[in-house]
Write a protein that binds this ligand. Sequence first.
Ligand code: SF4
Length: 490
Amino acid sequence: MFNRTATRHQQTASIGDVNPLLKYPHRLNFYEEAPLEQVTLEQFETWAIDRLRVLAEIEAARIRGGNFEALKTVVSTQCEKHLQLHSNSEKEYNLDEERWKDRVSHFILRLAFCRTDELRGKFVRAETDLFRVRFAEAKQAERDAFLASKRFSGEPISDDEKAQLKRQLMDTTFSIRTEEDFAKENFYRVPWTKVTDLVAQRRVFLKRGHAYVPSTLQSSIIFQEFQARLANALELTARALPRLDEDDRLLPIITHFSQGFLAGVAGEHGRSVGQYGDAVTADMIDDLAWKHFPLCMRHVHGGLRQNRHLKHQGRLQYTLFLKVLGLPIDEAIHFWRASYGNTMSDDRFNKEYRYNIRHSYGLEGGRKNYPARDCRCIIMENPPAVTETHGCPFRHFSTSNLQSAINGYYGIPIMSEEMSDIIRAVEMRHYHVACTRVFELTHDGEGLGDGESVTHPNKYVARSRELEKEKEAKKEVATEGIGNTLKPDS
Ligand code: SF4
């Protein structure tokens, strides 16, 4: 897919916002030509994950059911962080580099999402939403230049035809109220199948299989075209994909991406001790669990307290989580030893458990700094057996057990509208959305910030602790204020 031969963009546009010095003169893209430049394996992975983060949040925003303005906020926040793409007028940025990353990451994810109908559908939806937002935010000159480069404006109708169809065109075009509006408007003839949403809403005049689209509604044609081309390209990629199955470097990475997107999260990499917050001590864990842990970790913690023991996968999930929470190794050993209590001797603990805890901290064996498991991994891998406590309760519990757990740990009533919302998201397999909803309900409506959804248990805790600190700071300011007003006049 990638070699050293650089693509030369055939610049066809001569109008609007085009910088001929750029290799990629347009910010908007239909992604018709696969990039031919070489990328490193690291770029391959990190760029795709960056795009996946944006797409996962778009998908989550769609499920939450916000309007287009809410979607725009999510896209611009996420793109600012992970996938910047500035317009030609913003000369202080390296536009070619941004556009290269945008293209490459799109094509990598095509490889990951072409395999099943479900993945293709999700990918097309999220990419089309991303394109819609970028199109809406582009300046008119930028759009014109892009559309002209694609020779994509539909077939303009002649003045004679416009005059002949005047009554029908005025009747069907809501934006035209007066003769003057009509005189100013241009119409384009396109096959009706390209604008099915406009046809369904009766917003265009139809004649002999063609729709007459006013320029003000042209974007609808473009989005449908984007969608259709991408769906078609994914089918073609799927047919070519078996050849890729032989590449044992790329295949695991690609599979990881698609699993993450199915779980609704992009996957997190390489977080280490305390990266999500300040250091904590063993004595703080009970309190933190009660106030700040997501359901998966509350359940594991509850299991440990109840049984004074956890099975292997639960221990691993929880040890790595606590490590990234900021529990230093000596505190971790103290925590685990105290948790097992008199169910095991010191000797057995030292022989069988101490080594594994140190191993998780990268202090034994291959000395790897293992990251904590993110939601993608917890949701998709190693499903728990009946007697095990690891996993994601939103994914692995029955509905009634899940309701009881949410009610027991967070006090959300089983027969409430809020609980129905959560269960609805779970039934649609949007586990992270359900988890985000629990977070919002237990944090006075505050979310993870920037419209994001839960992608990592440690991120959940970090945000929860941050909100608590903010609340305490506000309380202190208020108390000081009262103190000052009560001071007697000197
Ligand atoms: Fe834990 Fe993530 Fe599941 Fe929430 S969505 S319970 S944080 S695994």
